[in-house]
Design a protein around this ligand. Structure first.
Ligand SMILES: [Zn+2]
Length: 482
């Protein structure tokens, strides 16, 4: 069976056929870098990562581009806060550094390019000029808007009719627009000295000083790095309208070509009945989740629901995933230990285990080709864990070849495709180390509470001598390991 995907554009399951049979052009709408990444972002990242890995596994050369939105009012709003930076670009740079660290901690494969809006303003201006020349966009009071009534297929992704569409943009733009659903491609704005303050960065343009609108950036960046037609465009479910609808309108109006063949949307992560979101403050940051549960367990949690099914975060659903990860890890370790203890010349054959390895590979591939169903793919690996356990529990002499094939299947499917760090003990060691330092800090806190300040200071100095730097803050002691 070949890969089938659910295309939001048609609303149907379709066979996956990229333009070039050997390569896939993939664009993912990345983060607005105004805060730390939370588990909702990680859900999209990990699923896109596994799509990338599976496409490579079945033989495609994947060109993956993922942007950072570094021009946005939310970033401007954080200037001057703590040590984030005094200008929009400084704050963006701060968070890009943090976000890259989070991506690494989740073992994501690197994209080929991580373009930033601030570096693509000339391409954006060119695209807006083309849209004006072709009659799809108009200048008004120093801003430029896309006229949604000029693009006949507007609404085709979100299945809406222009006449019934809600207004887009700010109330203040209303007087400048021909139609309420028109959206800004370029926003007039005053230059601010040193790019600080409420306006953020501005650039020169044929329409005067201003900033790019949000949607145009992805059209400009994806076409710059991947060409006029993408094979796969991925993004969060919440971006279907207006963001992706607008990307299609701008790009197809400008080029006359189809913008993206397949639109795949990752469902949202919910918690307590709401979408996990920075603005709701109901979120769990990626780094807190990884430091508490480890990167593998977080991946296991996020992949335990298929990308286009809704997922709910709760302590319970996360701890179930931790158990599932531990089961997979133990199964793999057992197979490795068993195979290392067997003479390769053994004549023992266990038909059940051999069949289980073949079944696991077949079910795994079937699940991934069924619209990247990671939930079923994980189930296939856990079936193999059960088969390995039965083999090792029931027998005194092991089937070398079957166990070796099982180890290979775990490493290839669980490691390379699902991105688990199977043979890596370092993660568990780091967690144990953190917990031990926390323990010493608890003891120190109790010494202080009982008035034994000298003993508490000694503990701090002893930790420092071991390379653990302790800092006392209003919320208690924090530490950093050199
Ligand atoms: Zn985008």
């Amino acid at each position: 069976m070949t890969l089938q995907v659910t295309n939001t554009l048609s609303g149907d399951r379709e066979p996956f056929e990229p333009q070039d049979p050997d390569s896939v052009l993939l664009y993912y709408c990345g983060l607005t870098v105004s805060d730390f990444a939370h588990l909702g972002h990680a859900r999209s990242w990990v699923h896109v990562d596994v799509m990338h890995r599976w496409l490579e596994h079945v033989g495609y050369d994947v060109r993956h581009v993922e942007n950072f939105t570094d021009v946005n009012e939310k970033i401007v709003a954080r200037t001057g806060e703590d040590d984030l930076g005094d200008t929009e670009s400084e704050v963006a740079r701060t968070f890009i550094g943090e976000v890259i660290e989070d991506m690494r901690s989740l073992n994501l494969k690197r994209a080929e390019v991580y373009p930033r809006v601030s570096e693509h303003v000339p391409e954006i201006v060119d695209l807006v000029e083309t849209l004006i020349e072709k009659g799809y966009a108009y200048e008004s009071n120093g801003s430029v808007y896309f006229d949604v009534t000029e693009f006949e297929e507007y609404g085709k992704l979100s299945n809406q009719r222009v006449e019934e569409m809600e207004a887009q943009g700010e109330e203040s733009e209303r007087a400048e627009k021909r139609n309420p659903a028109d959206f800004a491609l370029w926003k007039a704005g005053e230059a601010h000295p040193d790019n600080a303050g409420p306006g953020g960065q501005t650039w020169d343009s044929p329409w005067g000083e201003g900033r790019p609108g949000w949607h145009i950036e992805c059209s400009a960046m994806s076409m710059t790095h991947l060409g006029e037609t993408l094979d796969v465009h991925v993004g969060g479910q919440d971006l279907v309208f207006p963001h992706h609808e607008n990307e299609i309108a701008q790009s197809e109006a400008a080029t006359g070509e189809q913008f993206a063949k397949y639109w795949l949307h990752v469902s949202l992560l919910e918690t307590g009945g709401e979408k996990m979101s920075s603005s709701l403050e109901n979120y769990f940051t990626v780094r807190n989740a990884v430091s508490e549960f480890g990167s593998n367990a977080v991946r296991m949690f996020l992949l335990s629901t298929a990308y286009n099914s809704r997922q709910t975060y709760s302590e319970e659903t996360l701890s179930e995933a931790v158990e599932r990860w531990e089961r997979l890890e133990r199964g793999y370790d057992r197979a490795v230990e068993a195979v290392d203890g067997v003479d390769a010349r053994t004549k023992v054959e266990d038909g059940d285990l051999r069949a289980a390895v073949a079944d696991a590979r077949e079910s795994f591939a079937g699940a991934m080709n069924d619209d990247f169903n990671t939930r079923e793919a994980i189930a296939a690996l856990l079936e193999l864990v059960s088969a390995v356990n039965r083999h090792v529990d029931d027998r005194e002499t092991y089937d070398y070849r079957a166990l070796r094939d099982a180890v290979e299947a775990f490493e290839e499917l669980g490691g390379e495709v699902l991105g688990f760090a199977l043979a890596d003990d370092a993660e568990g060691d780091v967690r144990l180390l953190d917990e031990l330092v926390e323990l010493v800090l608890d003891v120190r806190e109790r010494e202080r509470e009982s008035g034994n300040y000298e003993r508490a200071d000694d503990l701090r100095d002893e930790l420092a001598a071991l390379g653990v730097e302790v800092q006392d803050t209003d919320d208690g002691a924090t530490f950093r390991i050199e």
